[in-house]
Design a protein around this ligand. Structure first.
Ligand code: NIG
Ligand code: FE
Length: 411
């Protein structure tokens, strides 16, 4: 009997293990898979057995962990190309939102769509991500804004996990905007979210975490705290859309609730950064939204580094602020716009992204015992993943031990 199900040789590994060499790199490495997990990985010279059911010689390619997109709103109805045109004639994202457009317009289209329609349109976008080696994706609700439509979005997200070669982590974002039925009564809407929707979502195990949009055009810190408390009551971890347009103290608040991550973070104080560091909260940077909204206020990268806050990167794929379906492009933007190093950027879509989803025990690095999620790249060095703009050097994707994409024949 073979020792391994699948063995990759003639390759280099960017294991992304913390504290190891840059990229946790292993030149001339090997990875052995068994029962959907990484059974062994390291220098080929130390490989204990080459007896595998399948052996793939990779011709000097690089192998990384499957990429993780840890912040998306990829399930939605309609699009906002018209709003994009409006912004190009001078209207701001905030003005459009305050005039009843923005998130609310996507809510209208999402409510009108069936669960199957939502799944079908999201699967097309997800295909772009998986073609670039993404094997785990987080999907938020937040375009239903009532019990049934929020649950419909979350069910669509779960269905995607069953239909596409990705693990899906779902996040309930009922506190994304005030729906039209509650115009001028955000507190009454938060009552509904806390008393009715969160218990219903938790009861059906539809969400793995709970998020809020703590912002002038979203919810106040007090309202956000009520949502976090309701999540905590159900045993659900929290996250926050924090400091995208202004600083309402959301990072400090989220950290008090032991948040997995705070996301956006263009506007955050050193106190907020320190609170995140103390709570082990990951900073999820969203360069696509920064770019697309032509933001100019940079997230305080140096402060995050000084206080050892982990940095993750995600697409924030959504129709309004970041219609992006390329995680590799986000790596380039994180380096170009935010001055991350290519190594920080790659860690941000592997090891640190897993951390932002509470999945570090099973995902995010090449290590024995972790899920056999891998991407194989035709590149000379890992920095190329951040360096190129619009290229996709992904040759093979392995999800839970199975090859789900293989472009070698086309070489
Ligand atoms: O992460 N900031 C709030 N939520 C999304 C945008 C949602 C939308 O505009 O539809 C974001 O940028
Ligand atoms: Fe977002």
């Amino acid at each position: 009997m073979a020792d391994w199900d699948t063995l990759f040789i003639d390759c280099h590994l960017a294991t992304m293990r913390a504290g190891a060499l840059p990229y946790g790199a292993v030149e001339d490495g090997a990875v052995a898979l068994k029962d959907g997990e990484i059974a062994w990985c390291g220098p080929r010279a130390d490989l204990p057995s080459e007896n595998a059911a399948e052996v793939h010689a990779l011709d000097g390619a690089w192998v990384t962990p499957g990429l993780i997109d840890c912040h998306t709103h990829i399930v939605y109805g309609g699009d906002r190309a018209g709003e994009f045109e409006l912004r190009l004639t001078g209207a701001t994202y905030e003005e459009i939102a305050r005039a009843g457009g923005g998130i609310r317009s996507t809510v209208e289209h999402t409510r009108a769509a069936t669960e199957d329609e939502l799944v079908a349109s999201a699967l097309r976008r997800i295909a772009d991500l998986t073609a670039e080696g993404v094997t785990v994706i987080e999907i938020k609700s937040g375009y239903g804004l009532n019990r049934d439509d929020e649950m419909k979005q979350l069910r669509a997200a779960r269905a995607i996990g069953a239909q596409a070669p990705v693990d899906v982590a779902t996040t309930f974002l009922g506190a994304h905007a005030v729906p039209p039925e509650f115009d001028g009564e955000p507190d009454r809407y938060i009552d509904l979210v806390c008393n009715e929707v969160i218990p219903a979502v938790a009861g059906e195990k539809l969400a793995d975490a709970v998020d809020v949009f703590c912002e002038g055009i979203g919810f106040t810190a007090d309202q956000s705290e009520r949502v976090f408390a309701a999540a905590q009551k159900q045993g659900l971890p929290v996250k926050g859309h924090v400091g995208q347009l202004s600083d309402l103290g959301g990072a400090e608040l989220a950290a008090r609730y032991g948040a997995l991550s705070c996301d956006h973070l263009e506007f955050v104080s050193e106190t907020g950064v320190k609170a995140m560091a103390a709570a082990g909260t990951v900073a999820v940077l969203l360069p696509g939204a920064y770019y697309f909204l032509r933001e100019t206020h940079l997230p305080p990268i140096e402060l995050f580094r000084t206080h050892n806050v982990s940095l993750a990167i995600a697409t924030d794929c959504n129709p309004g602020s970041s219609p992006a379906t390329s995680l590799l492009l986000m790596l380039n933007m994180a380096c170009t716009l935010f001055r991350l190093t290519p190594e920080e950027a790659l860690a941000g879509v592997t090891r640190e992204a897993a951390c932002a989803l509470g999945m570090s025990a099973t995902h995010g690095t090449l290590e024995p015992g972790k899920a056999a999620d891998l991407a194989v790249w035709r590149i000379g060095r890992p920095a190329e993943l951040s360096y190129k703009i619009g290229a996709n050097p992904c040759a093979i994707v392995v999800k839970s031990g199975k090859i789900v994409r293989d472009l070698r024949q086309r070489a």
